[in-house]
Design a protein. Structure first.
Length: 158
């Protein structure tokens, strides 16, 4: 899978700055199952102060410095989403997602080569757990597909 150039550049900047992040959401789903349209790329990032400072530097290098909150305020607080750009080339940054914690996601993530980058991607099992917990229609459909793929023996009982 090829990444749009801005997505690739942003990920390269995060890797170079040692930002703790993992790809989640529709792009992650598309790596595991039948690709579907998505309007953005989603990353969960560690919420600790050091990581937020590293991320702030990346966002400044990427051209979003003037749009950031003041340095004495967190970039992303709680369940907020920091959205950069417009669909279909929007980058969404989150510190929390439904159903799973960042530490669990980071510990179990898979590193998948994507457009020449070793991308940390949420594991299929935790992606399923997250998709089941959101309650959004498209996530429920994704969860059903992931469930069939991860647990094919359950499909035989139906």
């Amino acid at each position: 899978m090829q990444l749009p150039p801005d997505f690739k550049k942003f990920v390269e900047l995060m890797i170079a700055a040692n930002v703790r992040f993992v790809m989640i959401g529709g792009y992650a789903y598309n790596l595991y199952r039948n690709p579907r349209a998505t309007g953005d790329i989603d990353f969960i990032v560690a919420s600790d102060l050091t990581n937020q400072q590293r991320l702030r530097a990346v966002l400044t290098d990427f051209g979003f410095g003037s749009a950031l909150p003041p340095p004495n305020q967190p970039l992303i607080d709680g369940n907020q989403v920091l959205m950069l750009g417009r669909s279909p080339f929007r980058i969404d940054l989150l510190c929390e997602i439904d159903g799973v914690a960042f530490e669990e996601i980071e510990f179990t993530c898979q590193h998948i080569e994507l457009d020449g980058i070793q991308m940390p991607v949420i594991s299929p099992a935790l992606l399923l757990k997250n998709k089941k917990s959101t309650g959004r229609t498209k996530d429920i459909a994704d969860a059903e597909e992931l469930q069939k793929w991860l647990f094919p023996e359950d499909n035989e009982r139906i």
